[in-house]
Design a protein. Sequence first.
Length: 506
Amino acid sequence: MATAPIVEALSLPQPELFFGLVAPTGIDLEAFQNLACDLLQQYSYSTKVARLSDLARRAAVTTVDDSSHFSRVTTLQNAGNELRRNTQRGDVLALHAIFQISNAREVIAKDAGAHRQPLPGVAHVFRSLKHPEEVETLRRVYGAGFFLIGVYASEEDRYRYLRRRLGMSAEDARLVLQRDEDEPKDPFGQHTRDTFRMADVFVREGDEEQLVRFFDLVFGAPFVTPTLDEYAMFFAFASALRSAQYGRQVGAVVVSREGEIIGVGANDVPKFGGGLYWPGPKEKDRRDHNYYPDGADSNEKEIARIIDDAIERLAPFLQTQVDRDAIHEALAGSRLDDLTEFGRAVHAEMEALLACARTGVSVKGGTVYTTTFPCHNCARHIVASGIAELQYVEPYPKSRALRLHNDSIALDQHSYESRVRFRPFLGVSARRYFDLFSMKLSGGVPLIRKKHGRAVEWTRETANPRVRLSHWSYIQREVEAAGQLAGTITASRRHNPDPGSEEHRK
């Protein structure tokens, strides 16, 4: 009799699953969570929910003020920030959630007089993640069994929810939305924007059909294939990987009205004759890492020169001697850092459009798929080219494109009124594209579509997840994470004693 591969032998039917929810403030996450839990019952899975905000409420010194929705949200944000800062760990709330699961597993094992065991047919839901390190830790512990679901709603809809449903003032609603998006000067603050980008799937709030489709893919539905949006965005991410730029890899593709990919681009250095450099000998590959002997970033060097020039010009008007280093440090993270025109690289969206121009293909009425919301410079060229729609992954547009071109660009609105539609990508992300769509190249169970010459029958009630999650690995990683949490708490108490403690009074 054939022996099953060791990975398959260690995998159990109905393995535990782990779902993280990341959503910007202003979404009814309770309703979305309930929908997800109800749907998972169709696959014969029960659910256990770990609310990270409740963990923050219990673990933080900060008292949560429930007197109003605004007070509750802001004090919960303060509590989470405090915990991360005191422990110097962005993932501390994820560690608390993992410890909670591990502890429950130990209690069950003791009651049964056995060792820690998996809980077949159980899906754990982590709500809601606000820091990238939380996602990284959950992926390290649970591997392929962890899926991050990004729940999307437009800023307009979220603002309306805070105002009408939660009764916040206009000013309070704006403050909450802005803080939740990002606290750039606080590494332990709210970083929902960066966390959202890490999602395995992006789903619009309240879209049950999208969520069902994703769960069907997780449970191996054999005939669910990529949408055009997923297909094109996967190509955009694939294109991004060819970039050797220091800061980030960006990719973009242009798709015709007929759904054909007609142009591909990445952010990298242009070469003579058109297009971008491909890797090769240094004399033929003149990208930045080969071009500059000192490995310098030309854009950052030019920004530094601009600051130095401003200091020189202002020095005669200042009464004290100028500390150049202090000024450079003070301007770090300012709008000067948004300047990109002093780099040698072509932007991905521009290269995708130029690729079409080089081959004489019209982009009019087409769609651009880009891994990152375009800068204002790319945006104006996208409008001028005749593109009808642009889809992006990053949920919070940071560029000035909308402010400069709100007459010709509309962001995810109910009516576009003869403007280019800029809207967020929704669907399976590139990071799980092979795992969920490939028959043979998935990291999980191979997909079988026919048996005995006929299409296989598949039902939600009897389906098994495609992921291969060995309990021998993730249970041990839970124990390790719990140990890290214990060490972190001990160290935190040593450095941040309770105000009423004997140690603090000393």
